[in-house]
Design a protein around this ligand. Structure first.
Ligand code: ATP
Length: 317
């Protein structure tokens, strides 16, 4: 578990992390999402004790990371896969990490096997592709078999097979009870990777919740309704303040209508499905279908971080 308490980091008059209070739970993959420059990397560096907070506190399983000698046994991290000595081999790199963290050397072979670099382990890292470097960075994070793992943009540079592999690995690590905290600036990357999301913008916390809770934040959640009495229901829902439109021709409701007769499809924005069901029932209107179409996660992310993005874009960085 990682606990950030009122965590703040300033660089001169720039506040990179702004009073952030978050608990990252064990046993689940948590996505750490925010536009470029929102403070993700700074937060990860604060967790690792690589930078000191201006105020507030951060603990890993109850302790400041800086209190822990042999850190890799407590927290494994991939911060920047490119930031690695190109002249050495993966084996030499991991061995030196193992020695300085008093980790048994047999772990080097084990983690190289685990990330699919067993064959390439003796080659110079300078000749590795970005995807191979990401795998090596992940191997380094896994080396100490730690209960807490941090990954900064780990999907960057991976091909689709690599992305699938990383996702499965994160899920397995979480199932083993570990804390897995993964940053990205792309919602699409997190959609099939994380179960929970911590979203920040301009260093502020914007959301800390499950993926499905987050998707419901999208202001344009639409409910598709199909009923033989579409005109009557539309009038009732409109009177309740909803925006009611005929469902688009390619909607699921219309596809079903083709199969089931001539029940009309309505796309309703502004009332939740249970309320629509209740209004239909009270007015003796039969429903053939009632389905919430959540706004896409991407849309919710864009809406929620719009201010933060504008701010960053307007700033000299
Ligand atoms: N060492 C530093 N000195 C001054 N400003 C910094 C420093 N490190 C980060 N910043 C600033 O703090 C803000 C947050 O940066 P950070 O790298 O943490 O964001 P990020 O969300 O990781 O972004 P990205 O996805 O682009 O890496 C940015 O405005 C950045 O310019």
């Amino acid at each position: 578990m990682i606990e950030l308490t009122d965590l703040t980091k300033r660089y001169g008059d720039k506040t990179a992390v702004d009073h952030l209070t978050v608990t990252v739970r064990s046993g689940t993959v948590t996505g750490f999402l925010g536009p470029n420059g929102s403070g993700k990397s700074t937060t990860l560096r604060l967790i690792l004790g690589l930078n000191a907070p201006s105020s507030g506190a951060v603990t890993v399983d109850g302790h400041p990371f800086t209190d822990r000698p042999r850190g890799l046994r407590h927290v494994g991290a991939l911060l920047d896969a490119q930031d690695i000595h190109g002249g050495r081999s993966a084996v030499a790199h991991l061995k030196s990490l193992a020695v300085s963290n008093r980790i048994p050397l047999r772990r080097v072979g084990e983690v190289l096997e685990e990330v699919g670099l067993a064959e390439a382990g003796r080659k110079r890292i300078g000749g590795y592709s970005l995807g191979m470097k990401q795998r090596l960075g992940i191997a380094g994070a896994l080396l100490g078999d730690p209960p807490v793992l941090l990954f900064d943009e780990p999907l960057n540079g991976l091909d689709p097979e690599g992305v699938r592999w990383v996702r499965e690995m994160f899920q397995r690590l979480a199932k083993e009870g570990r804390t897995v905290f993964v940053s990205s600036h792309l919602m699409s990357e997190m959609e099939h990777t994380a179960e929970r999301l911590v979203v920040i913008g301009r260093g502020h916390l914007i959301a800390d919740e499950t993926l499905s809770e987050f998707s419901r934040r999208g202001s344009q959640a639409t409910v598709l309704v199909r009923t033989p009495e579409a005109a009557a229901l539309a009038a009732i829902l409109t009177a309740e303040g909803a925006d009611v439109q005929p469902a688009a021709a390619d909607s699921a409701a219309d596809d079903d209508a083709d199969a089931d007769g001539d029940a009309g499809g309505l796309a309703v924005v502004g009332l939740p499905a249970p309320k629509i069901g209740e209004l239909a029932w009270r007015n003796n209107i039969m429903l053939a279908e009632l389905a919430t179409q959540n706004a896409s996660l991407e849309k919710a992310f864009m809406e929620l971080t719009a201010d933060a993005v504008e701010y960053a874009a307007g700033e000299a960085r």
